[in-house]
Design a protein around this ligand. Structure first.
Ligand code: ASP
Length: 291
């Protein structure tokens, strides 16, 4: 099998002029993941390596560059899955540089799939994972710009109202890969959506929503988590491929479901034949491909 890999840096409308920086960040991550595949490494290793790099890119919304929640703390979500059905996921972990690697640890343990919050952080500390004060100047500025009375008082009803009025603050990172042995993997990581309720979980760590992988197809999603998680979009795409649809047909059906909810999403996917898919219904999504 010919290896291949796609990375994304999140869909949405980035601040003006940021597009080239985001594309360059995706290219750096793709190069790192591709090196793993070229050296005969597994799709899983390539996905973890690429997503770690994406998490280290301050311009993206994951790891280092995560948005801050309404209380000024970044809490991150990440998940990873391989075509043998193993998966690992973390939700709402603060102060961690590379949440994807904690997800990978859970996948390898193959005991529990999902861990959250302070207990997930405790495990990361025990494993010697790097901690990090997640607060880039740009994301702190964004938080300050949106620090209204509602979020100061944690007035949840008013916060919900203003969150729904604003343009969705999108961005997430992800990678899908196929290795020389024909094995697939998918991984996704995010700082979620800026100024959200403290503790808000998006689609990214929900296996089947933001990330899914079968022996036939690997999927990583980005977009409005609240919609993607009720649609279980990643699993849905895999089920459609399993039922005999092409990758393009399956992705089109999934995007239609998102659009029906007046929402936004981006998808990257690879199937076991090495077909690649990139689609979105937002003006921009950073992407890089290696074949
Ligand atoms: N899906 C992410 C979330 O809702 C955000 C994004 O992809 O832009 O947490």
């Amino acid at each position: 099998m010919k290896p291949a890999l796609i990375v994304h840096g999140g869909c949405g409308t980035p601040p003006a002029g940021e597009e080239p920086e985001r594309m360059a960040a995706c290219e750096r991550a793709a190069t790192i993941g591709w090196q793993v595949l070229r050296d005969g490494g597994s799709a899983l290793d390539a996905v973890e390596a690429a997503v770690r790099q994406l998490e280290d890119e301050p311009v993206l919304n994951a790891g280092t560059g995560s948005y801050l929640q309404a209380d000024g703390v970044a809490r991150m979500d990440a998940s990873i899955m391989s075509s043998d059905g193993r998966a690992g996921s973390v939700a709402q972990v603060p102060w961690l540089k590379n949440p994807i690697s904690l997800s990978r640890y859970l996948l390898e343990q193959d005991a529990h799939v999902m861990l959250c919050g302070q207990e997930a952080l405790q495990l990361a500390l025990k494993l010697g994972h790097q901690t990090y004060v997640v607060a880039t100047p740009a994301k702190v500025q964004y938080w300050l710009d949106h620090l209204d009375e509602a979020s100061r008082k944690l007035d949840y009803a008013a916060m919900a109202h203003s969150w729904k009025q604003d343009n969705p603050r999108l961005g997430t990172v992800g990678c899908v890969a196929i290795d020389a042995a024909g094995k697939l993997a998918a991984g996704t990581s995010t700082g979620g959506t800026g100024q959200c309720f403290p503790g808000r979980i998006g689609d990214t760590p929900i296996i089947g929503a933001g990330t899914y992988c079968t022996p036939k197809v690997a999927v990583s999603m980005t977009g409005v988590g609240e919609r993607i998680m009720v649609l279980l979009s990643a699993k849905r795409l895999c089920d459609l491929v399993d039922a005999g649809h092409t990758l393009n047909e399956a992705a089109e059906a999934v995007m239609q479901e998102v659009k029906k909810l007046n929402s936004f999403a981006g998808i990257i996917a690879i199937d076991a034949e090495g077909n690649l898919l990139v689609t979105k219904n937002t003006p921009f999504m950073g992407v890089a491909i290696r074949t």
